[in-house]
Design a protein around this ligand. Structure first.
Ligand code: ZN
Length: 665
């Protein structure tokens, strides 16, 4: 908990050219500085530093951000760690929030546990390499499984001796650690008469956090006795939350970024043997099925994920569940089917490094193809099983938050499943409403959202219809226009969000009342009630979501907070939108603004809002027209006509606002 005043002090002192200059040789080029990018290989410099904006940006690899972001990226640190790094450089005393005695005890305990796991990792490593017992039992086991020394070191693998003479707990107590803390880590247990090492006689897989420190362990027995659990894992503690850690992420993160892809496997050995086969972008969610927090951890490095789970009942179930969680978090998901009886470990040993890499590339399927292949094969010709399979796929399709992406995927799946697309779409809309209402319940505890009734998703097209309507479809898929409107809204929020304006509310009897609100509140109020308007651009959507959560918590979002957001793509966009000359949309050129500032602010906000609304209405009209032309069902025709009439009224109102009847956006 670093105090905000300290954070401000660090930002004020850490000039970007100075911070970057410690790592990159910079040369002056106009107002900017130029150097060779430290994040990708280049011979001609495309890495630019702007002292005026306080930002760096590489035009080769696209990386960019502020000074804290640079340190996070370059030194692989978390946000608070990077702040402390810079504080040390500028000799700023880091003022952390004063801890209460209870908080202090927790902090001390946390530090002790971290030191104990660190000591344990080293102890287990040396027990394997430097003792006869370790070499003959553990090291030979790993070597037999095809692991070389480099891999054993990379994953800091080790061995916990049988004891009692070489026990870990004796070592830790000699070093002064408290028995209480040793027991909390799960490494040591209390027996009838004495303490003993819980993992004794097992090989050890350290589970490391992002910074490389061990937070927990997996321990595998080498005995073939079936009555003993094959794996023991560390219990959860204040330093180890298994749903927030991924095995292999520390070792794989740079390869994940480089390949822009993350494989997810089931076990420790899968991850290590894939590394041994040269596939170094792989993690495992050991000891738990994939969680939302783990997915968010991966998303910091890449949006692309491929699941590699065993081809048995449990593995398939786990991969289906994983696909849903990943889709819900907006990830791009693929999955690989392994040959029967194989796991990534056995397969990579059988195929060798090159064979394994080729296998993964050739067999990674779109998640929906993966699901439908498995489900349809299982169902065979049984109609009940087939409909169950379709229901399952519908459930996953409904998780897409992007409507157009969902529509495309639905068309594809209708063909594959041999189902009428309209039926499929109807089922999805039903499932979607369920997902939506669950989401609202989860997000807006207590806050009623008064959303206007949405027209159902228009039915997707048949193949012939698609060919005929391709030009229209293409224009629907072109987000550029909408992006411009989204950009306007974000720009106004950033530049004028904190300015106050007086709004007149019309009331039935007393006439009008006045209320002073911020521009931010005004825009959020308007758009939060129109849930059919969604931000399509990923980055504007991200910034919008931050405003939305501030609005729901009834607080004002400060631009400075966004300028200093840990996500560098946000810093860059905010800098771009707040420094570029404020060019209003072409409509504004013809408008004469009233002199009164508050009216001017409201006018500006309304214009941007109405442009976004108009764009959405026009898009919905196009979609409805396409649907109507593609259907001979009188019910659908009638419904589409009614919807068009409604949309037309909205369009006319909005067009009137802009003072023209025909608007070509
Ligand atoms: Zn670069």
């Amino acid at each position: 908990m670093i105090k905000p005043e300290t954070v401000n002090q660090i930002f004020e002192r850490a000039h970007i050219e100075d911070v970057v200059g410690d790592f990159v040789h910079l040369k002056k080029r106009g107002a900017n500085l130029l150097g060779l990018c430290p994040f990708h290989n280049e011979k001609t410099p495309s890495f630019t530093v702007s002292p005026a904006k306080g930002l760096y940006k590489c035009f080769g690899c696209g990386k960019g951000g502020n000074s804290v972001g640079f340190i996070m990226e370059h030194e692989h640190l978390s946000y608070p760690e990077a702040l402390k790094f810079l504080a040390r450089k500028y000799q700023i005393e880091v003022e952390e929030k004063e801890l209460s005695p209870e908080e202090k005890e927790v902090a001390d305990e946390r530090e002790s546990l971290m030191l104990i796991t660190e000591l344990a990792m080293k102890f287990f490593q040396s027990s394997m390499k430097d003792t006869d017992e370790g070499r003959s039992i553990a090291l030979s086991y790993f070597k037999e499984r095809g692991m070389d020394e480099a891999m054993i070191d990379r994953f800091a693998l080790g061995y916990c001796p049988e004891g009692p003479e070489n026990s870990f707990h004796a070592e830790a107590i000699r070093k002064g650690y408290k028995t209480k803390h040793l027991i909390t880590t799960g490494l040591v247990k209390e027996g009838r008469q004495s303490l003993f090492d819980f993992f004794h006689g097992r090989v050890i897989f350290p589970i490391r956090g992002i910074s490389g420190r061990a937070v927990g362990f997996g321990a595998r027995t080498l005995r073939s006795d079936k009555s003993i659990a094959k794996y023991f894992n560390s219990p959860e503690s204040i330093i180890y939350n298994k749903s927030k850690v991924l095995f292999g992420l520390y070792e794989s993160k740079s390869a994940i970024v480089k390949k822009d892809l993350c494989y997810i496997a089931e076990g420790y050995m899968d991850v290590i043997s894939m590394h041994q086969a040269g596939v170094e972008n792989v993690v495992a969610s050991s000891g738990t099925s994939l969680t939302v927090d783990q997915v968010r951890l991966i998303r910091r490095y890449t949006p692309n994920v491929t699941l590699i789970y065993d081809n048995d009942g449990a593995g398939i179930k786990a991969s289906f569940r994983g696909i849903d969680i990943l889709l819900e978090e907006g990830m791009k998901v693929r999955a690989v089917s392994l040959p029967d009886g194989d796991d990534p470990d056995s397969l990579s040993q059988r195929l060798g490094p090159e064979g394994m890499q080729v296998y993964l590339l050739e067999n990674a399927k779109d998640a929906f193809h993966f699901m439908s292949d498995i489900l349809l094969e299982k169902a065979g010709k049984d109609p009940i099983e087939r409909s169950r399979a379709i229901k399952e796929i519908v459930g996953s399709l409904a998780l897409f938050s992007d409507r157009i992406e969902r529509n495309l995927k639905t068309q594809d799946m209708a063909l594959r499943l041999g189902v009428d697309q309209k039926t499929l779409n109807f089922e999805i809309a039903k499932a979607q409403r369920q997902v939506d209402s669950d989401r609202i319940k989860a997000q807006d505890r207590g806050r009623p959202i008064d959303s206007p009734p949405l027209p159902d998703t228009p039915p997707p097209l048949t193949e012939e219809e698609m060919e005929r309507d391709m030009p229209i479809m293409n224009s629907l898929l072109d987000y550029n226009e909408q992006q411009e409107q989204e950009r306007d809204i974000i720009r106004i929020l950033l530049n004028h969000g904190d300015r106050r304006m007086t709004i007149l509310f019309e009331e039935d009897e007393q006439g009008e009342t006045e209320e002073e609100i911020s521009v931010q509140q005004y825009i959020m109020d308007e758009l939060c009630n129109e849930r059919h308007i969604t931000f399509k651009d990923a980055l504007y959507g991200k910034i919008w979501a931050l405003y939305q959560s501030a609005f729901i918590e009834e607080r004002q979002l400060d631009v400075r907070h966004l300028e200093r957001h840990p996500d560098p793509t946000i810093n860059l966009m905010v800098a771009e939108l707040t420094t570029e000359r404020h060019v209003l949309h072409r409509w504004s050129d013809r408008k004469i603004y009233p002199k009164n500032e508050t009216e001017q602010l409201q006018r500006m906000a309304d214009e941007a809002l109405n442009r976004l609304r108009l764009r959405t209405v026009m898009q919905m009209m196009k979609e409805t027209e396409v649907a109507m032309q593609g259907s001979h069902d009188p019910g659908i025709q009638q419904e589409a006509l009614e919807r068009l009439a409604k949309l037309n009224t909205m369009k006319a109102k909005l067009s009137a606002y802009f003072g023209s009847v025909i608007v070509n956006l």
